[in-house]
Ligand binder design. Structure first.
Ligand SMILES: NC(=O)c1ncn([C@@H]2O[C@H](COP(=O)(O)O)[C@@H](O)[C@H]2O)c1NC=O
Length: 545
């Protein structure tokens, strides 16, 4: 950064769509003696509140026109913002341009507008702000001589800075606000580009390419996702990380600015060491896995895979059962719960195991006190597990590219599955199969999950062959002294051969849930019938990579 110092603020231009806090802010600026220029609606609001203000059209001697398409797009505005004090003074003076030292602008609410289901293309287009971003970019570029404020949450900081130095604004605040301003316009343009790009893609796919409103409606009604030609997105840094997945990799954690869904990004850390890259990734895996359950549930995750999942009468029981699936792997794991953790569960965790992270919607005061006995443990409160977005996207980086898809929120109920064997599953088997199926969704492929009475008995994850995943589930259950006989089995994808079914029969699996769809389904079903196994097809696959 070249050396720039504080600037004296004598004149501010205010043009805001979101008028939150603007009256108070403008009032305080006026009280300091700062002259205010403002656009139509903002001008009227300030005037109504008895704040001394000049309308921008009076300053430019040019009326606002074209329903607001032209308000501030005038050399007297942009010259006042862009002029370099000490260098452009003469030309400004010659042309009647007054220096504008403080620019307070926020933009037409494009995102809110297009999120309304009845928004037409014309309404969307009229809500693309042109004059606002032009001023924002100009003021941010000329941060050496002006200050740009795009966020009402920054009003108090700016005011404090001006008051501290009796009417002067510091260079470092102006610089950081300039960087924020460019992030703001980049996000704004990204939203517009995604929106218009998706419509352009829809126009290409649908019959009447010129009837954009019709195409918008049919895409919406079909509930179909249309991917734009270019995909823009923006994340905001939450924290720097000590390192990435490994110590030789640098890392940081970025979140969506307007995320409202409870998850690792929304969590508040109540205690413990700083979160690592792997802690965050594993906490996400654990929380996503525990979210779907209505009954008290516990998920223990290691290296992004659940190693124990259970439902219980209460969280203590759910934890106990989840832990028992695989105590060896649970050591140093991430434990997630789907409701408030009480002190009994907290005590049991501390007495029983070494844990990296405990995450839950909330913790009772006593539970917080209990965890404080081991201050290194990271305890995260993520808030009530509501507002799960049904429209969220899932991203995966590949070298030189990005894969985008809908998040796997597919849920299967008893009504959705089809029994394909002679024997129907018992009620208990059906309940366990649906539980195991939900777990399998969060286990890396190939995923095999054994479960009995709403708890996992053995989990085989991430193997290149389904049969080997089953072998691992066997070994784990055996090593922990858990009886497989009488359990059900979930498989994230179909069995290509009957050998998987025969292996399951040998260890005493009584019911199987799987997508079906193999060309050898007949052989697979016959093998299940031969062993009196009940088998249901979900028609839905849950690969996870
Ligand atoms: N066209 C222009 O010259 C222009 N100048 C400022 N605006 C926007 O008008 C809004 C404020 O309008 P008002 O003060 O009339 O409520 C702000 O969101 C600002 O970004 C403009 N509107 C859109 O482009």
């Amino acid at each position: 950064m070249s050396a720039v110092g504080s600037i004296e603020v004598r004149r501010a231009l205010i043009s805001v769509s979101d008028k939150t806090g603007i009256v108070e802010f403008a009032n305080a600026l006026a009280a300091i003696g700062i002259e205010i220029i403002s656009t139509g609606g903002t001008y009227r609001l300030l005037q109504e509140n008895k704040i001394s203000v000049t309308e921008v059209s009076e300053y430019t001697d040019f009326p606002e026109m074209m329903d607001g398409r032209l308000k501030t797009l005038h050399p007297k505005v942009h010259g006042g913002i862009l002029g370099r004090r000490g260098q452009d003074d003469q030309v400004m003076q010659d042309n009647g341009i007054l220096p504008i030292d403080l620019v307070i602008v926020n933009l037409y609410p494009f995102k809110d507008t297009v999120s309304r289901p009845d928004c037409s293309i014309d309404t969307a287009i009229e809500n693309i702000d042109i004059g606002g971003p032009t001023m924002v970019r100009a003021a941010a570029k000329n941060y050496a001589h002006t200050c740009i404020v795009v966020d009402p949450r920054d009003y108090s900081g700016v005011l404090a800075d001006i008051r501290r130095d009796k009417g002067w604004l510091s260079a470092h605040l102006r610089f950081s606000l300039a960087a924020k301003a460019f992030a703001h316009t980049a996000e704004y343009d990204g939203l517009i580009s995604n929106y218009l790009g998706a419509i352009a893609a829809a126009n290409e796919q649908l019959e009447d390419a010129d009837n954009t409103d019709l195409n918008l409606r049919s895409v919406r009604e079909a509930g179909k996702r249309v991917f734009p030609g270019t995909h823009s997105m923006q994340f905001v840094k939450k924290q720097d990380l000590r390192h990435g997945e490994n110590p030789h990799q640098e890392g940081a954690f970025y979140v969506e600015a307007d995320n409202t869904e409870p998850g690792v990004a929304s969590s508040t850390q109540l205690q413990g060491k700083a979160l690592s890259f792997n802690n965050i990734a594993d906490t996400d895996a654990a929380l996503e896995c525990v979210k779907p359950y209505a009954d008290p549930a516990c998920v223990i995750v290691k290296h992004a895979n659940p190693c124990g999942v259970a439902l219980g009468a209460d969280l203590l029981q759910a934890y106990d059962l989840a832990y028992q699936t695989d105590p060896t792997s649970a050591f140093g794991g991430i434990i997630a719960f789907n409701r408030e953790v009480e002190s009994d569960t907290a005590r049991e965790i501390l007495d029983r195991q070494f844990v990296e992270v405990v995450v839950a919607p909330s913790f009772s005061e006593d539970a917080i006190k209990t965890f404080a006995r081991k201050p290194n443990i990271r305890v995260l409160a993520c808030g009530e597990l509501v507002n799960v977005r049904q429209t969220a996207l899932d991203y995966k980086r590949v070298t030189g590219g990005l894969l985008i898809q809908d998040r796997d929120l597919g849920i299967v109920s008893e009504d959705d599955v089809r029994t394909v064997t002679k024997r129907e599953p018992t009620e208990q088997e059906m309940d366990d199969m649906l539980f195991a199926w939900e777990v399998a969704k969060f286990v890396k492929s190939n995923a095999i999950v054994y479960a009995r009475q709403r708890r996992t008995i053995g989990i085989g994850a991430g193997q290149m062959s389904r049969v080997y995943s089953a072998k691992i589930a066997n070994i784990k259950a055996g090593d922990e002294g858990l009886k497989i006989a009488g359990s059900v089995m979930a498989s994230d994808a179909f069995f290509p051969f009957k050998d998987g079914i025969e292996a399951a029969a040998r260890v005493g699996i009584t019911a199987i849930i799987q997508p079906g769809g193999s060309i050898r389904d007949d052989e697979v079903i016959a093998a299940a019938d031969a062993h009196d196994i009940a088998m249901v097809f979900t028609g839905m696959r849950h690969f996870r990579h």
